[in-house]
Design a binder for this molecule. Structure first.
Ligand code: UDP
Length: 318
């Protein structure tokens, strides 16, 4: 019997590559499409000899065709605040044009569609924790808007294809996820702190460190995606870990796990940095029977070898 085929845009990214692994593990044939703007071939090296896997270097801001597919997972986008501030226009384009093109592939093939959206849709939220019904508090012209509005738009396009073209779509809203394969220099808090702690440098806490985030380990996140992908839910679903930490607390957990003697250094808070972020996951619990299993300390311990290796590799190149 022929395997079912899935295409994953952004398949060389942190989450995209883990998703490829999960799909292959469930017997899918997988095509990863990526223009390698922020994705990395190294994330897919372990699949080099996997016959059910194919990599296509392609920018989904251009129309694309990878043959017959049964599922389209649209994960392409810069996702860290540093990456999307450097690549602001590309971020807007992949959220808009890239989403149209990915939806066109699903529509043409009668395939299911799954889009990675984000808690950034909630902006600097006035409702806490954030339920899927909350419409958000987003600055449409601030530095984060290239990502927030691109993702909000991509949700709107996805819903429109559902309404007008009957594309069978799923929307996941992802909250801060971490784990192996994150880029060491993408500027996000976990890779920054892990890198700084392992090098014995100061941990850079932005603002007073009392802003909060809720960190989800990658295997929990991917488990949530797979459950949602198989469900019939057409509306957005939060997938994230509801355990909320201040950034200062997160720094302390990193210091504990790495055994580092690094100090904390305070730096200015970036503009529009959300003050708090925590998913309400009642919907995922009820609908998918999903909830995260791995707490922050455990997840950081599971990520430690990866970050040690990445730090050593970077030091060897310099
Ligand atoms: N942050 C920090 N130090 C760093 C990197 C980030 O204090 O070296 C803070 C950042 O200001 C934000 C939080 O950590 O409040 C999470 O930032 P990240 O870039 O990981 O993602 P965000 O949730 O803002 O998209």
């Amino acid at each position: 019997m022929n395997k079912k085929r899935a295409v994953v845009t952004g398949g060389a990214g942190f989450l995209g590559s883990h998703l490829c692994d999960a799909l292959l593990g469930e017997g899918w044939s997988v095509i990863a499409v990526d223009n390698l703007l922020t994705g990395r071939r190294a994330n897919l090296n372990h699949l080099k000899n996997e016959p059910a896997f194919e990599f296509v270097e392609q920018d989904v801001c251009e129309p694309f065709d990878v043959g017959k597919v049964d599922y389209v997972f649209h994960f392409a986008s810069p996702a860290s605040p540093v990456d999307y501030s450097i690549h602001g226009i590309e971020t807007l384009k992949v959220g808009s044009l890239g989403t149209f093109h990915s939806l066109d592939v699903a529509h043409k093939n009668g395939a299911r569609f799954f889009i990675s959206s984000t808690s950034e849709c909630y902006g600097d939220p006035l409702e806490h924790p954030q339920k899927e019904t909350y419409w958000g508090h987003v600055n449409p012209i601030g530095p984060r808007s290239v990502y927030d509005e691109a993702k909000r738009f991509s949700e709107a396009v996805t819903m429109a294809y559902r309404r007008y073209h009957k594309v069978d779509a799923r929307i996941v809203r992802i909250f801060n996820t971490y784990g192996p394969r994150m880029q060491l220099n993408d500027g996000r808090v976990v890779p920054n702190f892990m890198k700084q702690a392992l090098r014995g440098e100061d941990l850079t806490v932005y603002g007073d460190g009392n802003q909060t985030r809720s960190f989800c380990y990658v295997s929990d996140e991917i488990d949530g995606f797979m459950r949602l992908a198989k469900s019939d839910e057409p509306l957005p679903v939060n997938i994230g870990n509801p355990n909320e930490f201040t950034i200062l607390e997160c720094a302390k957990v990193v210091l504990e796990i790495t055994g580092s003697q690094s100090k904390i250094r305070y730096e200015p808070l970036p503009q529009d940095d959300p003050k708090q972020r925590r998913p309400d996951i009642s919907k995922a619990r009820q609908l998918l029977g999903w909830e995260p299993k791995i707490d922050l300390a455990t997840g950081l311990r599971l990520s430690l070898d990866y970050f040690k290796k990445a730090v050593a590799e970077e030091a060897a190149v310099k």
